[in-house]
Every structure is written in C-alpha cells, then in structure tokens.
Write a protein that binds this ligand. Sequence first.
Ligand SMILES: [Fe+2]
Length: 261
Amino acid sequence: MTTPVTTPDEFIERWRTPPNLRVSNALTATSFTFPPALDVLDAVRQDDEVRFTILGDEDWSVRMDRTAAFRTAPIEEVATWPFRLVHFNLTRFYDSVLSGFQEQVMIPWRTQMSSWGFTWQRCAPLLFISTSGASSTYHNDNSHGLVWQIEGAKTFHSYKNPDQHLTAEAAVVGETTAEEPPEHDPADRQSVRMGPGDRLWSHALTPHWVTTESPLAMSVTLSHGGLCHQGRFADRELALRAYWDQHPDEAWKLDLRNVRY
Ligand SMILES: [Fe+2]
C-alpha cells in the first residue's frame, strides 16, 4: 500500500499531485485526545447544523421513524442504526465536547503548514461519524483534506490516476456526485484502510468514496481551500481557479466540501 510521507520535504514534493498519500503521525503529532465517538455523536446529533442520513435495507417507514428519533432516541440504540453524519462547523463545540481542539489541533497545524511555506484561504475541520454498512457518496471536494481517523475503521477509496476517470474540469462542475462509484477496474482503485490515528492526504477535486469498516467510526478532515505552496496551487486546483475566473458568481459556493457528503 502507499508508503507514508514522513518528512516536510516529502510532503511539499507530493501534496500537489495524486494519488492520495498516507501521512505519518510524525508530521501530525498532537496532544489532543478525542472523547469517545459515542459521546461526540451524542453532542453533535442535537446541534442545528448537523446533517445525517439514515441508511440500511429496512422498510422506508423504519428509516423515517429513525430519522425522526435520531436526536432523542437512546444513544446506544442510535449507534446500531446504519447512518452517516457530518458536521461542517466544529467551532460550535470548542467550548464543550471538543474543548481544546482549537488550541491543540488547529493552531499547531496551521502554524506548522505556515512554517513549511503554505498559505490558504480557508482551513477548517469537518467531522464524519458513520456506522457499519454506511458509505459516503461518490463525490469530489474543492478542498484538500487531511483525513484523520479517530475511532473505528474506514476505507478511503479513490483512483491511482484520477485523470483516467474524471478530468479536473469535470470535477469542477461536479459531474461526480452519485450514491455509488461508477463501474471501474478494481486495479485502478486506491483503497486505504484507516484505523485509529491514521492520516491520509486527499487531493482536491479527486473523486472518492468512503466505506465504514467497524460498528462505529469517527474521523475528522482538516479541509484546506485555496491551498498554495510558495504561491503555487495544486495541479487540479488550477482548473477550479480558471472556472471561477469565468464564473465569479459561483466562487466559494461549494467552498470546503461537497454539499452531498
Ligand atoms: Fe469528500
């Protein structure tokens, strides 16, 4: 599988071009300890800005009932339902369940990236929680993601050579999004299994999908919009900038993530 990037020089050399990279903990060390995923889920599910989708083969009426009860049902029971959940504004929890995240994760990461010569327009954490049987959609994001698996396991699927499957221009206009990936040769796929503590660099505008490999899985993606190293964007991001130059009213509308996670 992919050899992890272990030094800043190597990261600087490889951040710009697919395929995705495992990133060693040596580059992403943090003193922050997450609360258990179940506790995070319990806090986040009650927030107005949470988004979740109940999945599974049950009858539609069961899924409707679960959707209605998602915020209030006993948390241990909710954790047995197939679902995926995202939250795009974790600052809402910096004074509660994610106390210390700003000081121990975001500030050190931004300081480190800055010291390596990076600039960006947006850098924010996104939270993903899912249960057994739940997959993300097939999509691409406008941002680069440092995907950080916290609890449980997921597999992050993308392509060894995204250009063979989706041009940067097609990614920019969102031709990707679907519930499932299209038919493809499994040999073209890059599937990275991620356990607790694992990090992966996911390139902007590359199609991907994520499958849950444990009963409950939680990850956080540090999302980077408009990332540059010494003034240079990533190869695929140039297509986004060219598109926004021609369609300024659409710039930043899908800023950090795909609206369909
Ligand atoms: Fe994504």
